[in-house]
Design a protein around this ligand. Sequence first.
Ligand code: TRP
Length: 471
Amino acid sequence: MPNGSPQRDHWSGRLGFVLAAAGSAIGLGNLWKFPYITYQNDGGRFVLIYLVCILIVGLPMMCAEILIGRRAQSSVSNAFGTLGHRRWNFVGWIGVLSGFVILGFYAVIAGWSLNSFYECMKFSLEDRYVKPDFGNFVTNGSHQVALTFSFLVLTALIVVGGVSRGIERSTKVLMPVLLMILVYLAFSVTQLEGFGRALRFLFAPDFSEPFKTHGALEALGHAFFTLSLGMGAMITYGSYMTKKEKILPVSITIVLLDTAIALVACVIMFSIIFSFPQVEADIQASTVGMLFITIPELFYNDMPGGPILAPLFFVLVAFAALSSTISLLEVIVSSFVDRLGWTRERSTLVSTGLVFGLGILSALSLGASEPLSKLKLLGESGLNTIVTADKEGVLSILDHISANWLLPIGGLLITIYAGWVLPKKISLEELFPGRETPPWQYKVWLFFVRFVAPAAIGAIIIAVCRGDDFS
Ligand code: TRP
């Protein structure tokens, strides 16, 4: 297929692609998941491993996925085939499966942001803050299902409109506003007494205690998750990119933005947690709710402009989540369009329906339904500990399986493909068009996708299977 064929929708320029890809990367992974798993893994050392994974696996993989997508100009389930390697198409289908699994729980959490928006709106209008009862909220089944449904409908409406009309326009405005509010919040938490402790918790690793290998897999998996890698989301987005843009600088920009936002979000939340003992107790009772518990506390504690910013903040969280759910659904929908020959409308309708089915199970697994909340994937066998780290309940299992297994395995296959199967001539042409001899940056990239990334992913997976603990 010719590159940039006229029928294929494209981003309207560099900013369009960067923002849409950054929009996919920046989402609940940064604002909700990273702070809470950092808390569960005791900060410092986890953050350090995460940063190393971003640098040595995430960045090279980001370039690899975008270049595969742009070259193939095809959805992920056919990208490898278009490049002449039909046998690799199964990797694309693993990606489609991951899309279902991730959306199946992500939409539930995304729904929470709609709820927090509504609550903050109420507090601000009534001019009084009542601490939300998070435990009660998550166990209310019909409420959870309704929120999940609403979020999926929003996502489907945008995806049905196609790439440049639907996706690009919304991210262009919303991402910069979210960034500004986060910076404002970060400035205001410097005044809190917990600020210093938050910095130490995050950036002064404690090496004296043994570190569970599961923490390392979690950090690696999260590096994939937060950058939207390992399932072809960036292959899909790259396929809408034109030849004019430079892949390397664009990838660096996305990775830096994503990492900065995740770290800033952590600094904000931990400063709040360490400043108010009551908040810390609430977090211990419901770690998954961290984002939704801590932030209102800050806004409604005599912060200048707080009552206006609080609802605005959660609207932006919802939009950050939306630009991510869009990319997840787009992977599935574009594959159905390309491979099953369905219309965009039909593909969107069917895949959203399937995701909603899974979403209902997750939504009810936070206490509303006892069996769904207590479900263990592999019963009591030893394999259960290795694969799911003893997670219980549909939502946590979907989250764990996708981020810790599907994405690293998909990512491993994609790096191997980019480093060893795809001809070097092609990757050079995509990364450094017009260069006959590879520049040093290309050599470094190739070394990372060929050796460093596969070795790091492989080593962590092996360590987890053996149950080693690092100390
Ligand atoms: N990266 C997004 C986040 O941090 C989630 C996401 C969107 C994603 N698309 C993806 C994760 C594709 C993995 C693969 O919230």
